[in-house]
Write a protein of this length. Sequence first.
Length: 287
Amino acid sequence: MSLMSSGFWFSFLAINISLAYAVYPQALLGRLSVAPVAYLAIGAYATTYFTTRGGSFFTGLAVGIAISTVIGAILSAVAGHLRSHFFVAATLGAVMIVQQAAFSLTPLTNGYLGVTSPADLIQWWHVWLLAILCMAGAASLRHSVLDGVWRAVGADDRIASALGISTSRAVFTAGTVSAVIATIAGGLYGHLLPFFDPNAFGLLLILVLAAGIVVGGVVGWYGPVIGAVIMTGLPELLRDFGAWRDSSIGLILIACILFLPRGLSDRAGIVKLWNDFTHMLARRKRA
């Protein structure tokens, strides 16, 4: 059955929107992080560990948030000074460590055999409540002091430091927000899926997450929504086109990097691209 017809796609879109907003704070800092995939896995495993043993979902969520926050603090301390592909590589290492731990800690995660989630514990509106709260939070953050601090650090660390902004504190705050959002999303995601194993938090999810934030951009607070909708919806729409379904993510990513490096939320960039295109057509007609 298609995800689109089953209704799971609708809930999965909300998870991807929340996950994109988990990347958003560090993207404002000029650092693309894939660590939210690790936090997503921690949230899924921590909550299902408790709920499958008769415990509370919220207890598991609290444990998961605590673990993710500690990992986020370590990442901020160790790799917070890095930028560009170096920071991406560091966060990718964190995802690989968490995934390998999920394979190895069999008493806690059931390893390769995976986890069967309790049915009907999480409903579609739970995941959309989180996504809406993330959107509302990002919209209200716009033009705030915290938003200004993150964007200043993202523009230039040294100038921000010269202005009295603590770069390490900004990185730590962004990492903590990222960890909390992604862990909550993971707790919901783990109970939406009837079954999951460590492979659910692998390369494909990392690519979709990274591509979504690049495609949507962070110029506007709505950028993560645009990226999540495209990266979730397009592969589903191209389900009947075989190899093109998987290639679509790469093609869109390359097109955005070449023509809209600040993402689809950059309205000025879109206007400039359109003007350049129309001028090119006009020159060809005159020729």
